[in-house]
Design a protein around this ligand. Structure first.
Ligand code: G
Ligand code: MN
Length: 266
């Protein structure tokens, strides 16, 4: 055997070694992406999809726990970008003009590996930066957000109104989208304080040119209340559960569209 047959080009060799070692180190057997619709509250039309990572592995744990363990092992950014890449692979199947919204932590928002991954499909991508994690350096986050926007991506503040930051991400980042945390939506129809808070965020959003998405809508009462408050977009079990892309895009084909009423064919 000549020595040449043993020579594997480096990038391929690294890819082969890299893939199983990340999953192997974390005990992950598979990563799949499910998709949840984001709809216009006015006419209930789908405007985008949020990609959500789901893991199978040596333990049965919620997705956040896998990301948290990866972070403690110094593999957080790698796993997050792997999930972003898996979501973006499905982009060609998602019809225009729907956008694809993907989660990243504030730390990963500035990662060159992330920028390389969204360079190209950027225009249809929204990156959701969570408010659950504390941000030590807002100047750095601003720079990261500017870089992502330069690649055409839009930026959302996820879980706004929850966790460490209150609303400071919203004020400091001035996102394209503000995603109101489920905690602000639960019981909103009978809680005047929550209604004024959501209304205040809506006013802020109008002033800064951001759009608002209410997350975790589970009941008709919540939906009607949010629509009355002038919230543009919504997401939640009432409007569609996270599911496979095929199920989401194709399950309703052939059924009459409720928003088009009873149009009779000649
Ligand atoms: O942090 P982020 O908003 O990205 O989290 C989304 C998570 O919330 C997903 O795991 C998803 O399954 C869950 N989720 C989506 N819609 C609803 C809902 O209406 N109610 C509840 N309880 N959870 C939801
Ligand atoms: Mn999210």
């Amino acid at each position: 055997m000549s020595s040449q047959t043993l020579t594997v080009p480096r990038p391929v060799a690294e890819r082969r070694r890299g893939e199983p070692s990340l999953f192997g180190a974390l005990g992950i057997e598979s990563l799949t992406i499910v998709f949840q619709p984001i709809v216009s509250l006015r006419d209930l039309r789908m405007v985008g999809l949020e990609a959500l990572a789901r893991f199978r592995g040596v333990r049965e744990e919620p997705p956040d726990a896998w990301f948290a363990r990866a972070e403690t092992m110094g593999l957080g950014e790698l796993l997050e970008v792997r999930a972003v890449r898996a979501a973006i692979q499905r982009l060609p199947e998602i019809p225009e003009p729907l956008f694809l919204s993907i989660n990243v932590s504030p730390g990963t928002a500035g990662s060159p590996r992330l920028r390389r991954t969204i360079d190209g499909p950027g225009r249809r991508i929204v990156l959701e930066i969570t408010e659950h994690t504390p941000v030590r350096d807002y100047d750095r986050l601003r720079v990261a957000v500017d870089e992502l926007r330069r690649l055409g991506a839009r930026v959302a503040v996820d879980d706004a109104g929850a966790g460490f930051a209150g609303l400071s991400h919203v004020v400091r980042v001035v996102p394209d989208l503000i995603k109101l945390d489920i905690g602000m939506i639960a019981g909103i129809e009978r809680d005047p304080a929550k209604r004024s808070l959501v209304s205040a965020v809506s006013t802020l959003a109008r002033a800064t040119g951001s759009a608002v998405v209410a997350e975790g809508i589970e009941t008709r009462e919540q939906l009607v209340t949010l629509r009355t408050l002038g919230i543009d977009f919504g997401q939640g079990y009432l409007l569609g559960r996270p599911t496979s892309l095929d199920e989401l895009l194709f399950a309703n084909l052939g059924r009459p569209n409720p928003s088009e009423g009873s149009v009779r064919q000649p």
